[in-house]
Design a protein around this ligand. Structure first.
Ligand SMILES: Cc1cc2nc3c(=O)[nH]c(=O)nc-3n(C[C@H](O)[C@H](O)[C@H](O)COP(=O)(O)O)c2cc1C
Length: 360
């Protein structure tokens, strides 16, 4: 059986970590993954009030209401996952300057965890992303007894994060779904390079969906895999079936081309499935680069369509479907248990066949 140091650090059976997929809910998915022996992840929500994420940067009373809304949603999710999951899980915090909610979320998380021995056992890690790892308040994660990992897309960011005293790194390449780096560096290059340059446990992701990906990441020196898009297409994931079908059908629709594109997003470049919405966002991104419109115009359009696909409307042409390039390789919806078993069996089979066929 393949076990790595990350299994001991997170107290999980398999080196498979569900990626954060905020601002969308992933609590059912986190329960599914954690109960199947992987590591689940509660994502960072946006406020459930008018203007959503934008209200977090508006100042005044609206900002405070926004912070309270995020805090309430996140704590509710953490408590529910803690109650239902059979295994361990973590929480993602996007620590960008546009997220004044982070210190409040951290305080609430730590208080809730300290009250509840079950949460103390299961809530093992906070994965920070999208911002500066050296912010002093992030040290509270480790002081409270949790692991602090930071997500990075380059060696530069990895070294900066290492200096901040984190416990480990999540390294993802440009093929990943959701936000990606300004400088495109792919998983095949960035993961081994960070492993070489940094003396910390590394979990690798971006384009991983199966046992082949797990073996590749282990060969690069990573200790486990981080998967977002593949986990969307599972029975437990709360994203609606239209979104899951759009991802699975991409291999037919986009046989000879890429199924995803990168556009400007509120937090930088963003990878989506191609549809009417993302193609328009792509055009707006080009117009912004040519200075015909402002970044605020792009954000306004982005926010407008954010929930049309994943919400009750299920409008998969005019709404955002964030997903990675690996969408092209996904053909069936499995339970988390089936998926994890499939990945582990395939990875073990490959390793055995290497020993038999290639090593003299
Ligand atoms: C729908 C979606 C939402 C995402 N939201 C976040 C987020 O809130 N925070 C974050 O750190 N990464 C986010 N990501 C990136 C993932 O955590 C992860 O890096 C990526 O999914 C890995 O690549 P893959 O999709 O090829 O597996 C998101 C990805 C997707 C697909």
């Amino acid at each position: 059986m393949i076990r790595t140091k990350i299994c001991d650090m997170l107290e999980i059976d398999y080196p498979i970590i569900q990626a954060a997929m905020g601002p969308f809910d992933t609590k059912d998915l986190a329960v599914g993954v954690a109960s199947a022996g992987g590591f689940g992840m509660v994502s960072h929500p946006v406020p459930q009030i008018e203007k959503g994420a934008l209200s977090l940067v508006m100042g005044g009373e609206a900002q405070q209401r926004a912070i309270n809304s995020v805090k309430e949603k996140m704590i509710r999710a953490v408590v529910e996952v803690g109650r239902k999951a059979k295994g361990n899980f973590g929480v993602n915090l996007r620590v960008a300057p546009e997220q004044p909610d982070v210190p409040f979320l951290l305080e609430a998380l730590i208080t809730e965890r300290e009250k509840d021995p079950n949460l103390q056992k299961k809530l093992r890690m906070v994965v920070c992303s999208a911002g500066d790892p050296t912010q002093p308040h992030l040290k509270a994660i480790q002081e409270a007894g949790m692991l602090r990992f930071h997500t990075v897309p380059s060696v530069y960011h990895a070294k900066k994060a290492e200096k901040s005293g984190i416990d480990g790194l999540i390294v993802t390449g440009y093929e990943a779904g959701g936000h990606v780096a300004y400088e495109p560096l792919h998983t095949f290059v960035v993961v081994p390079e960070v492993v070489k340059e940094v003396n910390l446990p590394v979990i690798g992701g971006g384009g991983v969906c199966d046992g082949k990906g797990l073996v590749a990441m282990l060969a690069f020196g990573a200790l486990g895999i981080y998967m977002g898009t593949r986990f969307i297409v599972t029975k437990e994931c709360e994203f609606n079936n239209k979104v899951k079908d759009a991802i699975m059908n991409s291999s037919v629709k986009y046989q000879k081309e890429a199924a995803t594109i990168v556009t400007q997003g509120v937090f930088g470049p963003l990878r989506h499935m191609k549809n009417r919405y993302s193609l328009k966002l792509y055009d707006l991104t080009q117009k912004m680069k040519d200075k015909e419109i402002t970044v605020q115009d792009v954000w306004a359009y982005e926010s407008e369509g954010m929930y049309r696909a994943k919400g009750p409307e299920g409008n998969i042409e005019d709404g955002a479907i964030w997903a990675g390039q690996v969408a092209l390789r996904l053909h069936e919806q499995l339970t988390c248990k089936e998926l994890i078993a499939m990945i582990m069996n395939e990875a073990e089979g490959i390793m055995k066949s290497f020993a038999k066929n290639y090593i003299q």
